[in-house]
Design a protein around this ligand. Structure first.
Ligand SMILES: Cc1cc2nc3c(=O)[nH]c(=O)nc-3n(C[C@H](O)[C@H](O)[C@H](O)COP(=O)(O)OP(=O)(O)OC[C@H]3O[C@@H](n4cnc5c(N)ncnc54)[C@H](O)[C@@H]3O)c2cc1C
Length: 411
């Protein structure tokens, strides 16, 4: 009986154990998690969960313990991280000293937030990745904190949005001249900046954070290069994540030279018997000419978790993951959605051409549409996802977006 071990008890790990049972795997399944919590959903942590009227912590738990242990027959090893992988003997060492043998392994350990130097142990400074982080941030908002977010990415922007919804002052400090420019390009970055502006968030771009100021072990402000200090009771640091792969060092599992994420092939295989899924993995996406991608998107983590388990249990029939990345973010009353990849030869903000106030931008690579971002364009966005999946041409995408094409104009 093949023993499937999944390390990382969050979205990708959960989908892996669920898929194993769904495809009829009857052997033992073990789910190992560093956190004490049952697998839970992260997107609400920076959105509804920060509202004053938020649901209790259990509301984000995906499945009950009875379901996981009873119905799915999963052995749960929560609160004890994997500390070492030995691929020769096919064993995993756990934090509690136990050694766990496996036949097939899925690595789904996600990422850990980067921190600011000098922030350790300082009250009022948080990252936002876990349920415990979200509880702490919510408590600070409940106390009426002046909020400063370091980093203008989506999670930080959502925190600022949550503070403004409560009418609390919120400032975002971003090093680049436009927020989100690296992840979605300049036009979209400007559109998000306008959203912040319209809702009273003080977005400061092109600034360098020099240090955190504190009194009696509690943060009081953020000092910028040039000498300005932004007063703060709550500082949320949103400057990206690092894949959790320290436990894989020396195991032979290929790790990416830049960030240490697990590198797999398109079937999510890292080594014989070892697969990876979710935020931790770089995989070559066949839909984009094998471009190596590490995505931090909910939908991809779910897809990858299921596929990694299926392929790990039946490697002879392994299939590749050819997927159009998708993510969403909620800022104020708006929903931002992105499909595809943001790197192209051209980015066209077509809503401006069409004179519409809701934002839509298309990303071209060669003759093909490779990405689309929309703000409050929920009806269109999944249709664009299908177009990208079908490798639609740039002209087809523009036509679908409503931009008149030369042949149409002549008619
Ligand atoms: C606040 C927040 C908001 C988000 N909002 C959105 C959104 O709006 N839209 C969207 O598309 N995506 C969003 N995401 C991203 C999405 O939640 C992630 O892509 C998804 O959680 C990735 O799942 P994962 O299982 O790969 O990794 P993770 O969710 O990071 O889980 C990895 C798990 O592995 C555990 N672990 C780490 N090391 C070890 C070890 N050595 N041994 C055992 N366990 C270990 C960790 O404790 C963790 O529980 C958001 C993420 C966050 C944090």
């Amino acid at each position: 009986m093949t023993h499937l071990v999944v390390v990382g008890a969050s979205l990708a790990g959960l989908r892996a154990v669920e898929a194993a049972r769904r495809i009829g795997h009857e052997g033992p399944v073990t789910l190992v998690g560093a956190e004490e919590h049952l697998p839970y959903d992260r997107p609400p942590l920076s959105k509804a969960y920060l509202d004053r009227s938020a649901e209790p912590p259990e509301s984000v738990i995906f499945r009950t313990e009875e379901h996981l242990r009873g119905e799915l027959g999963v052995e749960l090893r929560l609160g004890s991280p994997a500390t070492r992988l030995d691929t020769a003997s096919r064993t995993i060492r756990l934090g509690d000293g136990a050694t766990l043998p496996y036949d097939a392994l899925v690595i789904a350990t996600g990422g850990a937030p980067r921190t600011l130097p000098g922030s350790e142990g300082l009250a009022g400074v948080h990252t936002l990745r876990t349920l415990d982080d979200a509880l702490a941030v919510r408590e600070a908002l409940d106390a009426g904190a002046r909020t400063v977010v370091v980093g203008g990415g989506f999670i930080g922007s959502e925190v600022a949005s949550a503070a403004r919804k409560r009418d609390l002052p919120a400032t975002i400090l971003e090093a680049l001249p436009v927020p989100l420019v690296r992840s979605v390009g300049e036009a979209t970055g400007h559109a998000c900046a306008r959203l912040h502006d319209a809702h009273g968030t003080d977005l400061r771009c092109g600034v360098t954070v020099e240090s955190l100021e504190s009194a009696d072990g509690r943060v009081t402000g953020v000092r910028l290069a040039g000498g300005t200090t932004v007063p703060a009771d709550l500082v949320v640091v949103g400057i990206g994540v690092t894949p959790c792969t320290g436990w894989l060092r020396g195991s032979g599992v290929p790790l990416h030279e830049r960030d240490g994420g697990v590198v797999t092939d398109a079937t999510l295989k890292a080594l014989d018997g070892v697969y990876a899924a979710g935020d931790v993995v770089h995989f070559p996406n066949p839909l984009f000419d094998g471009e190596l991608m590490r995505l931090e998107h909910w939908t991809t983590a779910a897809e990858q978790g299921a596929l990694a388990a299926k392929n790990a249990l039946d490697p002879g029939n392994a299939t590749e993951l050819a997927t159009v990345p998708y993510f969403w973010s909620d800022l104020y009353e708006s929903r931002i959605q992105f499909v595809g990849v943001p790197r192209g030869d051209e980015i066209r903000a077509v809503s401006e051409e069409l004179g519409e106030d809701r934002f839509l931008a298309l990303y071209r690579r060669g003759d093909r549409v490779v990405g689309v971002i929309g703000i409050d364009r929920q009806r269109q966005i999944m249709k664009f996802r299908r177009l990208i999946q079908q490798r639609a041409s740039w002209a087809e995408a523009l036509e679908f977006a409503g931009v008149p094409q030369p042949t149409q104009a002549r008619r």
